[in-house]
Every structure is written in C-alpha cells, then in structure tokens.
Write a protein that binds this ligand. Structure first.
Ligand code: PMP
Length: 450
C-alpha cells in the first residue's frame, strides 16, 4: 500500500474546514508538485496523471515556457483591469485566438475567469445579438457552476436541487448518444435523424424556433461521459441553426486547445460555429476563460455589460499566449491524435477480454471507457469504476470517472508513449484485480466519483 502519512494529516485538516459542496471524493491525495504528465504527492509518491486536472493542463504541468511567461509577466505587471485600460498581453492573446479559431469571419473576443462565467457571457451575447430569449442545451451536459451555467447544465441533481429559481427559458434536448438508449443499436444516420427530430418537435409544440437565440453544443459531451456525436449530426445541427437563424455555440471548455487533435473539437466535424466558449486548458491552469465569436454578435451588446476585475489579466493572458505557442511548437495536437488513437485501440483490445467494458470511445486524448454491469442492459457499473480508480491510484496513476461509470482518460497532451504504456498496463492490472474480486468493497467508502 502507498505510504501517505502527510497526505492523511493534511486531508484531515482540509476536511474540517473546506466546504463539502466543493468536492467530489476520490482518495486522500495531496498534490505537491507537477511536471509534464506526472504529479507528486506531499509524501513523495509519483503518479502518472490521466486527469490533467480535469483537462486543463494540455501543455503538461509547469511547462517551462508557460512558467517563464508567468514569471516574466508577474514581475512586470500583475493586474491592470482590462475594464478601464488596455494591456499588451491581452491584445497579443486576442490576435492568437482569432487566428486559431475556425471561421473565416471577422471575430471579437471577451474574457472571463473560467469556463462557467464564459458560458454566462455567451448567454448574454446570444440574447442581446438575436433579441431572442430562449436557449437550447443538452441533457447530461455540464457547463459550469455559476447560475447561468448550471441553468444550461443537466448532468447532476445536486447541481440543481434546492438552488432554484434558475435562469428561465432554457430547454434541454437529447444528445445524440449512439451507445445508450433510446439510441442503442440504431445507425448513426438514425440517431442523427431521431435527435434532430426531437428539436423540431420542440419547435412545433412548445418552443417557437423564432424565439430561440442559441444552441450550446459540446462537440464531445464531456462530463456526460465523453460521448462522441455522429459527424452527420453536427452538420445537421448547423443546418438547423441556419434555417431558423439560431446561433450555434461550440462549448469547447473541455475539448479545446488540442485535446482532440485539433485546436477545437468541432473542427473534427468540419462545422463552423458562430461562437466558441473557452476555458480550462487555455492558460495551462491559470484562471482564464473567454468567448471568440462573430464580431457583430458582440457589437450589438451595450457596454458595460459583462466585466470582471481580473478577467483577462496580464499574467493569465501571458500564460495563454505561451500555451498556444507550446501547443504549436511541440506538435501537441499531433501527439494527441497519435497517442489518442493508440490508447483507444488498446482499450478496444481490453474490451474483448473484460466483459464489464461496455464501450470505448473518444477522439484524440479525450477517451471514455464505459463500465457496465451487463452489456445488454448497459447498466452503469459504478462499483467497477470506483474500485478501478482506487486501485489505479495505489499503483501510481491518477484516474477518475464521470457519469457513474465512465473512466476519464484525458492526460496532458505531452504524455509520452512510454508513460501511456505504463498507465495502460496498470489499468489492465486493475481490471484483472476487479474481475478476480480482489479489490475490497471498503474502497467504495472512499471513492465516490460522480
Ligand atoms: N464546460 C465544460 C464542458 C466543462 O467540462 C466544465 C468543467 N468541467 C465547465 C464548462 C466549467 O468550467 P470551470 O470549472 O472552469 O468553470
């Protein structure tokens, strides 16, 4: 077993003070250092990181170029609020973001502090630009924790229960999930047709299309369990939006910045959105979020309407510019594609061996391994997911799951072939131990997941 006395002592202190509402319990790991695709705890144990702090560290922990940019900017100027004045790091970053986002149209950018508030900004932008109030988003989507973002989200009851009233006029539509019911066994074309039909049904029954401002769409549905839509669906959604004058907003907080092998996830489907919501990996872990959109969408929006004192502050902008440079210079998109395809194929091999692996899916280094109790009913196997995550931790691997059953494979994009091989071997061992009934039920007291 791991030797973790300092971890246990600190976790005990933390648990006396920190709000439990801000925690998803896993295991008593107190992270001390990070480097590349690894982290070290306060007792000196090292782990390969498959969580990349929730898909937010694409360039790897403490990438020297990012660290250098942060240090340099910190010594020069930490904050002058962009609300009142201008600063170069923000201007440089806007140029880069405009360059790397898809769409040959004139663009503008606004910044926030995280993915959640970027979504709130996008709601405001969509409503003011279209003069329409209604918004569509997807069942099982997670868009963040501010009131606007939880109103868009529909993934977990504790995120909503007792918190209302939420933002009105938001309607949830089914995501085109080809694995779980009611789409199980249907072809991609049928899933597409069925899912688009559900939106049209809303339009003819309770949500007039001409009152809908925008559809918030994740090109891979992240916290829902990394669900990959059929290509045809994304194209059909674009057409539907064009038909009714609805904005297609690509919510790329989790999939952006190279994770899927492209700058943004929606590029995998050859579809151009009207706006892109960003967060997480944009600044390699520094708090920054934002939206890049068609310029005219922001130009009808009266100032001052959306501002935060430290949003787009010089240090975070410098970190983001360095992040974009590193992704380019180190070919991290290519690495995500190559290592991702290899990892996906290795899990597909394991699926042949282990009956409880129901589905393996993903693009680039956004891979979900869905564990089930039964391949026919597809009932989620939360016990297997929790036990495997616990065991992986014991073996020196940071692994988590979402939606009650889906192992989340989202390492930093700098992960090497050797590191991923080590990680895959440890997961395979954990699968064997689970299958042999060798992981005690007591670990379920520790690992809760969600
Ligand atoms: N959108 C998506 C798709 C996310 O995955 C997340 C975080 N899991 C968020 C928004 C919220 O981002 P943040 O935690 O930075 O507010």
């Amino acid at each position: 077993a791991l030797h973790i006395p300092k971890c246990l002592e600190l976790v005990d202190l933390d648990q006396q003070m920190t709000s439990p509402a801000a925690k998803v319990p896993y295991y008593p790991l107190v992270v001390d250092k990070g480097k590349g695709a690894t982290v070290t705890d306060v007792d000196g144990n090292q782990y390969i990181d498959l969580l990349a702090s929730a898909g937010a560290i694409n360039t790897g922990h403490c990438h020297p170029k990012v660290v250098e940019a942060i240090k340099k900017q910190t010594e020069q100027l930490i904050l002058y609020t962009p609300v009142y004045m201008y600063h170069r790091p923000l201007i440089d970053l806007s140029q880069k973001l405009i360059e790397i986002t898809p769409g040959n149209y004139r663009k503008r950018v606004f910044y926030g502090l995280c993915g959640s508030d970027a979504n709130d900004g996008a709601i405001k932008m969509a409503r003011t630009a279209t003069k329409r109030k209604k918004i569509l988003s997807f069942l099982r989507a997670y868009h963040g924790s501010t009131y606007g973002a939880i109103s868009l989200s529909a993934v977990s009851l504790p995120m909503r229960r007792g918190l209302g009233p939420l933002l009105p006029e938001i309607h949830h539509i089914p995501y085109p999930d080809t694995y779980r019911t009611p789409f199980a066994g249907m072809s991609e074309e049928d899933v597409t047709a069925y899912s688009i039909e559900r939106i049209k049904e809303l339009f003819t029954t309770c949500v007039p299309a001409e009152e809908v401002a925008a559809i918030f769409f994740e090109p891979i549905q992240g916290d829902a369990g990394l669900i990959v839509p059929p290509t045809g669906y994304v194209k059909a959604l674009r057409e539907l939006c064009d038909t009714y004058g609805i904005l297609l907003i690509s919510e790329e907080v989790q999939q952006g910045f190279g994770r899927t092998g492209k700058w943004f996830g929606i590029e995998n489907f050859d579809v151009i959105p009207d706006a892109i919501v960003m967060g997480k990996a944009i600044a390699s872990g520094m708090p920054l979020g934002g939206v890049v959109a068609k310029a005219e969408l922001m130009e009808q929006w009266e100032a001052p309407a959306h501002l935060f004192t430290a949003a787009g502050n010089p240090v975070c902008c410098a970190a983001a510019s360095a992040t974009i440079d590193v992704i380019k210079e180190e070919n991290l998109r290519e690495n995500a594609t190559e290592i991702g395809a290899y990892t996906l194929s290795r899990f597909k091999e394991m699926q042949k061996r282990f009956e409880f692996i129901g589905d393996v899916r993903g693009i680039g280094l956004s891979i979900g391994v869905d564990l089930v109790k039964d391949r026919t009913t597809k009932e989620r196997n939360t016990e297997a997911a929790a036990k495997v995550c616990y065991q992986a931790w014991q073996k020196g691997l940071l692994l988590s799951f979402f939606s009650g059953s889906v192992l989340r494979i989202q390492p930093p994009l700098v992960i090497s072939k050797q590191q991923i091989d080590t990680a895959l071997a440890k997961i395979e061992e954990a699968f064997e131990e689970y299958e042999a009934g060798a992981i005690p039920d007591s670990v379920l007291e520790t690992v809760k997941g969600w």
